[in-house]
Structure formats: C-alpha cells, structure tokens
Ligand binder design. Structure first.
Ligand code: 4AD
Ligand code: MG
Length: 480
C-alpha cells in the first residue's frame, strides 16, 4: 500500500513527486475544462485538492465522484495557488473505490445541526468538527498513558463486570443471563441468582477504584483507564450512561499529594493536546467562538477556547474547603438582585452546578479544587477528618464544565472504615476483599477519577458530552 496520508503530503515538500491518496470526497466543482475534488482521509482537518482534467480522467469516472464517495487518486504533486494550501494533486488516474448516491447521502456539503449529526452518529465522523474532536480525543488518551508511564505508574485493567457498587449510589446496570420473565426463585420468592452465570448478582462497574486500591497496595502507583457505567437518569450535557474514567491510585500519598498530582496531570495532558493538535484546535477555537456569539450575552464566556486552555495550564488552581466555599456562596449575589437561596442556612448540602459555575467562572475565574466535603454527601471509603463531620475529599471544578475530577484520600483505618460501612449499611462480608487491604499492611493512600469525556469537552469546547464520544449511551439511546 503506497498510499500517502494527506497529513504527510501537506506537511512535507513533495512537489514534483508522484503520490497516491485514498479518501472520501467532500465536494466536487466542475466546469468544462477541469474538476476540483476535495478529498479527506481523516488524517488532518484540511481537505486535499485533486485537479482532474476530463481529457485524462474519463467522463464516467468523473460522474461517479460525488460527495461521500471513496476514491483512490494517483498523480503528481504540484505547487498550488488556488487551494489555500501549498500543494495539490494533478490526477493521472482515479479509481472509485466506493460510490455514494448523492441524493441519499445524509451529509451534504453544508452546515448541519449537532442534533441532526447525533441522529447519524454512524456517519458524523466524516465531518470536519467530528474529525477534529476524535483526533483530539485520541491525543488526550495517548497523553494520559504517556504521563503516567513517565512517572512510573502501572496501567491496571480492572473488571467491567463486578459484584460491587463502588460509589454506593445504587446506579448500576445489572448483568444477567437469567430469563427475567421467568426467573428461578428462592424459597422466599426472590430471584435466585445462584443459578445465574456467575452464581451471584452482578452489574457493570461504576468505577475501577476499589480494585485499583488493591493494586496500589502492591504496586504503589497505578492507574486505570476504562469504561464505566451509570444508570443515572440525568439527561444533561455532562452525563453519559457509559463514559471513560481515568483513576490513578497511589500508596503513600496524602490528600495534598493527591491534589498536586491531579493538578499537574490535568495541565500536562491539556498542554500535550495544545502542542500536538494545533490545526484541529484552531478549527475548534473558531467554532467555539461562533457558538459563543449565539448565546445570550450573560452566558457568553469571556475567553476564547485556546485562550482558556492557555490560561488553565499557566495558573495555579484555587484550593479551598467546602466550608470556605459555602461562606463565599452565602455572601455572593450571582445576579444583581438576589443571593443564592439554597445553602444559606444549611451547611451539608451538596453543591449544585450553578454554585460550582459561580465559584469557577465568576468568583475565582479559574479551576478550583474543593476539599473536605461533609461526609454525608461523599462515598464510604473517604478518609474521615478529625472534626468528625468532613472527609478528605477533593472535587476539581473546571470553567464551562463543573466537576471534572472527584477523588480523596482513603480511610486506611480498618476500624473507622468498618464503622462507617455499618452506618451506611454496606456489607462488610461482601467487601471482605477490599477490607483485607486495611487488615494486612494498610497505609495512607489516595486517588482520583477524571471523567475523560468531560476533559475532551473542555479541550474541544464542545457543549454537549454526546458530541465527544463516538457512540454516546444516554437514556433511550443505544442504537449504534
Ligand atoms: O466523582 P465520581 O463519581 O468518583 C468516582 O467514581 C471515584 N471512584 C473516583 C476515584 O476517586 N477513583 O466520578 C469521577 C468523575 C467525575 O468527576 C466526572 O468527571 C466523571 O467521573 N463522571 C461522569 N462523566 C460522564 N457521565 C457521567 N454520568 C459521570 N459521572 C461521573
Ligand atoms: Mg463526584
């Protein structure tokens, strides 16, 4: 296969050489003496211009070259004046690898709405926007592995099918091979899961953390990067039923070490994308500016996409406790008229996205690490603080996104952990394997989870999380 990627043709001086490209036709403009065909092979945002002379390429072939068709073009690379690029390809032969009926092809060479493109998610990767998003997504995934590999962390593959609910939020998808219309029953009339495939009740994992902790208590510094599943019925622009999470877990780290690592990690992968996805990010920056201009004035962001990325990597994140944040919120007026109603009397309530956005976008105007949340609103495994009321949690809030990271130092004391589990009615018997880390050689340790799609949203400026994963899973959506 002597195919040249369009990216390589554009980036190196190949003028005068022979080349073969393969890709999908975006547009064709023809007159009597010449056809200009814009081809894209996904290697780069830019289309490559092919010039076809009807005296060289026969009429039937030219007729079959429509938007959406896949073609192979061999010819000579020449300097270009008209195409906006340094070079173009003068076709000597064109083979139509796969035709596309111009009438039926859903992607016309015009702007389509995001909603329409979501309905044709099986084809939308062929657009400029989605090409850019998925190249950036790839770069970020690569940067994650590179970052941890450079630091000597080991990548652990935690199970997708589990018997536990790590976050204890009851939002799991069940996994079963039983015929639920006619299930085997116990004497008490409940479904008898001992007859199921795994001889017990199982579900899709909500987080790899508990298994990650087992690994950290052996390999010291590990991370997971895998799909996680939540049956939370929240139809928002920030929630998916199936999303990817990166979960580092480190023995011998305290809460502050955990915050330092998280901040450095987030900045590092953003910088990687900025250095390695320049063209895609410039395209997405323009797109974000157009979207921003369409919003009502008070909802517009002050910074452009690239400007915001640069700002985030250059500035320290603000670090404060939940209690300090509540104080700020109590004394703030989100709009000229009113203070926040919510939270004014009540210490202990969870922050809602309007509070998070206020802190990040209006008050501090930068990413915020919120720590030491009330124990009631956080998971059972978090380290209990001396005050008896809070835990050593951290959430990282990002502009335009809200919560992007959730993590904590973990409770390393068996006694305190089991006491908390009893309070929350979490079975010690079922989690005996997890408690063994505290029984045998326990030590302070900490970790966090980064929602990968939320990071891709932040870097690409895409407003809806459904548009940063190839095949989004949301309530009612699992077609392809
Ligand atoms: O805050 P969460 O629930 O934390 C955990 O799962 C911990 N076990 C992580 C850890 O300490 N190892 O989720 C972590 C992050 C959130 O901050 C958010 O970015 C993302 O995962 N997230 C979601 N992303 C998309 N759709 C959803 N439904 C999400 N739920 C959480
Ligand atoms: Mg969270």
């Amino acid at each position: 296969n002597k195919r040249s990627k369009i990216k390589l043709l554009l980036e190196s001086d190949k003028i005068g050489e022979q080349a073969t490209i393969m890709g999908w036709v975006r547009t064709k403009r023809s007159n009597k003496s010449v056809s200009f065909i814009a081809v894209n092979d996904g290697s780069i945002i830019n289309n490559y211009q092919v010039v076809a002379d009807p005296n060289v390429i026969n009429e039937d072939t030219l007729r079959r070259i429509n938007t959406g068709a896949c073609i192979k073009v061999t010819g000579k690379v020449v300097a270009s004046q008209g195409s906006g690029q340094d070079s173009e390809l003068v076709a000597e032969s064109i083979e139509v690898l796969g035709e596309a009926d111009a009438e039926k092809y859903p992607l016309q060479p015009k702007k389509h709405s995001m909603e329409f493109l979501r309905d044709i998610a099986h084809l939308r990767m062929r657009t400029n926007t989605f090409g850019a998003v998925f190249r950036v997504r790839h770069a970020l995934a690569f940067a994650v592995h590179q970052y941890f590999n450079n630091k000597g962390f080991f990548y652990i593959h935690t199970p997708i099918i589990t018997a536990s609910d790590a976050e204890g939020a009851g939002e799991t998808f069940k996994v079963t091979t039983l015929d639920l219309k006619n299930p085997p029953l116990t004497e008490e009339g409940n479904i008898n899961y001992t007859e199921d495939f795994f001889e017990r009740e199982t579900n899709l994992t909500v987080s790899g953390q508990l298994e990650g902790e087992l690994a950290a208590m052996a390999l010291s510094e590990i991370y997971t990067f895998g799909p996680t599943f939540r049956a939370e019925n929240s139809n928002t622009t920030r929630h998916l039923a199936e999303f990817w999470m990166i979960e580092p877990e480190m023995a011998f780290y305290d809460a502050e070490d955990n915050q330092d690592l998280a901040e450095d990690f987030l900045k590092s992968i953003i910088s990687y994308a900025m250095e390695n996805c320049k063209e895609d990010l410039m395209f997405l920056d323009k797109r974000a500016a157009e979207e921003n201009a369409k919003k009502p004035v008070n909802e517009r962001s002050e910074m452009g996409l690239l400007e915001r990325l640069q700002f985030v990597v250059e500035h320290d994140f603000e670090r404060l406790t939940y209690t300090e944040a509540i104080e700020i919120l109590r004394n703030s007026k989100p709009n000229k008229k009113k203070k926040f109603k919510y939270l004014i009397e009540e210490w202990g309530a969870d922050l809602q996205s309007e509070h998070e956005r206020f802190l990040v976008e209006k008050h501090f105007k930068k990413p915020v690490i919120l720590t030491d949340y009330p124990k009631e609103i956080k998971a059972f495994y978090m380290k209990q603080n001396e005050d008896g009321k809070t835990v050593a949690a951290m959430d990282i809030l990002f502009p335009g996104i809200g919560e992007i990271v959730g993590g904590s130092q973990r409770e390393e004391s068996l006694e305190k952990l089991t006491a908390r589990m009893d309070e929350l009615k979490i079975s010690q018997e079922e989690l005996y394997w997890y408690l063994d880390t505290r029984r045998f050689g326990t030590t302070p340790h900490a970790g966090f989870g980064l929602g990968f799609e939320r990071m891709v949203q932040f870097v690409t400026g895409m407003g809806n999380i459904r548009d940063v994963i190839a095949f989004p899973r949301t309530p009612g959506n699992a077609e392809f």
